[in-house]
Design a protein around this ligand. Structure first.
Ligand SMILES: Nc1nc2c(ncn2[C@@H]2O[C@H](COP(=O)(O)OP(=O)(O)OP(=O)(O)O)[C@@H](O)[C@H]2O)c(=O)[nH]1
Ligand SMILES: [Mg+2]
Length: 378
């Protein structure tokens, strides 16, 4: 195998494209009265300001499907809850029909995976009709078992949200959680600004409720929980690192270090998909050159490995022309963690994707990589 950085970067880009193409589509029905904050919630939880992209496509009398190219997500936005009992019954029937139709296709891409029922905490009350509607929906949903989450929107008053939550839990509704959120900071006159909160909990609960096949998709589309993205990315790093170490395998001769490359490419692709940023070849080249090697045929060759091993206290010698299995795992983990580190900086807005290619970006990755080599070994 040719250990050319450019070629490896290209292979990583191909792996990323393939993973993205294979992502399943996540489908969520978002219901609730007009003005409760459904669109604000959707825009705060998912990337690409999904709810701003026009009206969506009507799929039933009271439901529109919102999608955006390049985002493996469909939101079914309901309307008409405020129009009285009759319309509410129609909406419920449309929700159940949509669930059944999706199931009938036997394709996960068409199934409804979750329902968010939104209630505005600031409105101070939950209408009895809403409780009734939820009870009827749960009954019809007994066989289909789509997880229902009640989202208490505009919960700038945590006290009110708490009261409302308790009241709803007492109703023994067949919902998996009641989650108070404030999707955007809220300017309370005279009292200052209430900070947004709760969206990370919504993501965590979704992560527990959705099938495994949708985990990559959920992380790819969500922008509400850095912690969850990191948790999934770190799991990918742990898997790759174990594979590289070959679980107690014999030392890897330098000539076989190329065998680590596919594992590392897979890991880079997983992390990229989880963070959901647009990453091109020059970004991956920058990542590789600033960590495991400076390109050309020497990548992961003897010189590079001996240089790397200097950073691993105690493993700092190259014995018998081989890199120990443990060191292979450590190097792979450090590469993954360094990449997660810069993705985190981009997520927080401390850096742009483009910055990764600059000297500052590369220096940051080198530093993170070296730091990780030391940490991982201790
Ligand atoms: N500051 C702040 N304002 C919010 C929040 N949620 C909703 N709002 C405000 O409440 C109003 C209604 O929010 P939308 O998100 O449009 O509500 P909706 O449920 O999509 O309404 P319809 O599309 O008409 O059914 C807007 O003016 C929002 O700015 C929030 O978390 N924080
Ligand atoms: Mg809306």
């Amino acid at each position: 195998m040719d250990l050319d950085t450019d070629k490896i970067a290209q292979e990583a880009i191909n792996a990323i494209a393939k993973k993205i193409k294979n992502l399943k589509t996540l489908n969520i029905i978002v219901a609730g009265k007009t003005g409760v904050g459904k669109s604000t919630l959707i825009n705060a939880v998912f990337r690409e300001k999904l709810a701003e992209t026009g009206m969506g496509k009507p799929v039933t009398d009271h439901m529109r499907k919102i999608t955006k190219k390049g985002v493996p997500l469909a939101i079914y936005d309901t309307r008409g809850f405020e129009l009285g009992r009759e319309v509410q019954t129609e909406v419920k029937r449309e929700v159940i029909d949509t669930i059944s139709k999706g199931l009938a296709t036997q394709d996960i891409n068409n199934a409804i995976h979750c329902i968010w029922y939104c209630i505005n905490t600031a409105s101070n009350r939950v209408e009895p009709e809403e409780i009734e509607w939820l009870k009827e929906l749960s009954k019809d949903n007994q066989i289909t078992q789509v997880p229902i989450i009640i989202v208490l929107t505009q919960s700038f008053s945590k006290k009110k949200a708490d009261e409302m939550r308790k009241m709803l839990l007492d109703e023994n509704l067949d919902v998996i959680q009641v989650i108070p959120v404030l999707a955007e900071d809220y300017d309370i006159e005279d009292l200052g600004i209430a900070k947004s909160y709760g969206l990370d909990i919504l993501i965590k609960v979704m992560g527990e409720a959705l099938p495994d096949e949708l985990m990559d998709t959920l992380q790819n589309v969500q922008i509400a929980s850095l912690e969850e993205k990191k948790r999934y990315a770190q799991a990918a790093v742990a898997t790759a690192s174990l594979a590289a170490a070959g679980a107690g395998a014999a030392p890897i001769p330098f000539s076989d270090c190329a065998l680590l490359i596919p594992t590392e490419i897979g890991m880079i692709a997983s992390i990229t998909v989880i963070f959901g940023f647009d990453v091109n070849k020059s970004i991956i080249t920058a990542l590789l050159s600033s960590t495991i090697g400076a390109g050309g045929a020497t990548l992961l060759g003897k010189t590079v490995v001996s240089n790397l091993l200097k950073f691993i206290p105690g493993a700092g010698t190259v014995a018998g022309g081989a890199i120990s299995a443990g060191a292979a795992g450590v190097i792979t983990a450090a590469l993954g963690e360094a990449y997660i580190g810069v993705m985190e900086l981009v997520f927080k807005g401390d850096m742009t994707i483009g910055d990764i290619e600059t000297k500052k970006g590369k220096d940051t990755m080198t530093q993170l990589f070296k730091q990780q080599l030391k940490v991982k070994h201790n």
